[in-house]
Design a protein around this ligand. Structure first.
Ligand code: SF4
Ligand code: SF4
Length: 97
């Protein structure tokens, strides 16, 4: 079974099966909110959209394009509302329900 990664996101038809498999086997859940860092341009729209205020721009690490990318600072607090992903103009955020 192929495991979904940032690189193959959107091309993995087995993804729902992986989620079911994860629960059945007790595999640790993936992060609820994941930023595809190489797509992010650091615009900050997602940080303003999050109702839980748990999305922030990196202050030290940049992606290959030189942008300080966004990240979720508290996965446990994420409610998977997808407001951040909806706001992102570059489709750089993946939400797991
Ligand atoms: S899915 Fe909702 S709660 Fe989670 S990081 Fe995005 S905006 Fe915040
Ligand atoms: S809205 Fe998208 S491009 Fe802008 S900082 Fe957030 S993840 Fe990056």
């Amino acid at each position: 079974m192929r495991v979904p990664t940032q690189e193959n996101h959107g091309k993995n038809a087995e993804y729902p099966l992986y989620i079911i498999y994860s629960y059945a086997k007790g595999v640790k859940r993936m992060a609820k909110m994941t930023v595809i860092t190489e797509r992010c341009k650091g615009c900050g729209l997602c940080t303003a959209a999050c109702p839980k205020k748990i999305v922030a721009l990196q202050k030290e690490k940049r992606n290959k394009k030189g942008y300080f990318y966004a990240e979720c600072t508290d996965q446990d607090a994420c409610i998977s509302c997808a407001m951040c992903a909806t706001m992102c103009p570059d489709c750089a955020i993946v939400i797991e329900k």
